[in-house]
Design a protein around this ligand. Structure first.
Ligand SMILES: [Zn+2]
Length: 92
């Protein structure tokens, strides 16, 4: 008998066997934003270097297939929505 590891879906918080889930890697960072660091530390000022430290953390998350489809549908709606908006502003 083969035991399948289970995980909690980050979206619906249900527990599913991992065979029915999709694993995703998300990168989260804490500390000062990289954009701000670039703006003030990127152009030659040496003493600004090292004052802004960015910590990146990779996180493994599990999403069940239902939520995965849901996510894809949301992205699809968002993209078609933006396209519709673009067409509206260009041709109206
Ligand atoms: Zn889910």
């Amino acid at each position: 008998m083969k035991k399948v590891a289970q995980s909690t879906c980050v979206r619906c918080h249900h527990i599913y066997p991992r065979t029915e889930m999709t694993q995703k890697t998300v990168t989260s960072h804490s500390g000062n934003s990289y954009g701000v660091y670039n703006l003030f530390g990127g152009s030659g000022t040496k003493k600004a270097k090292g004052s802004a430290r960015v910590h990146y953390r990779k996180k493994q998350i599990w999403v069940c297939n239902d939520c995965s489809w849901d996510e894809m549908r949301n992205i699809f709606y968002m993209v078609t929505g933006l396209a519709a908006m673009y067409v509206y502003t260009v041709y109206m």
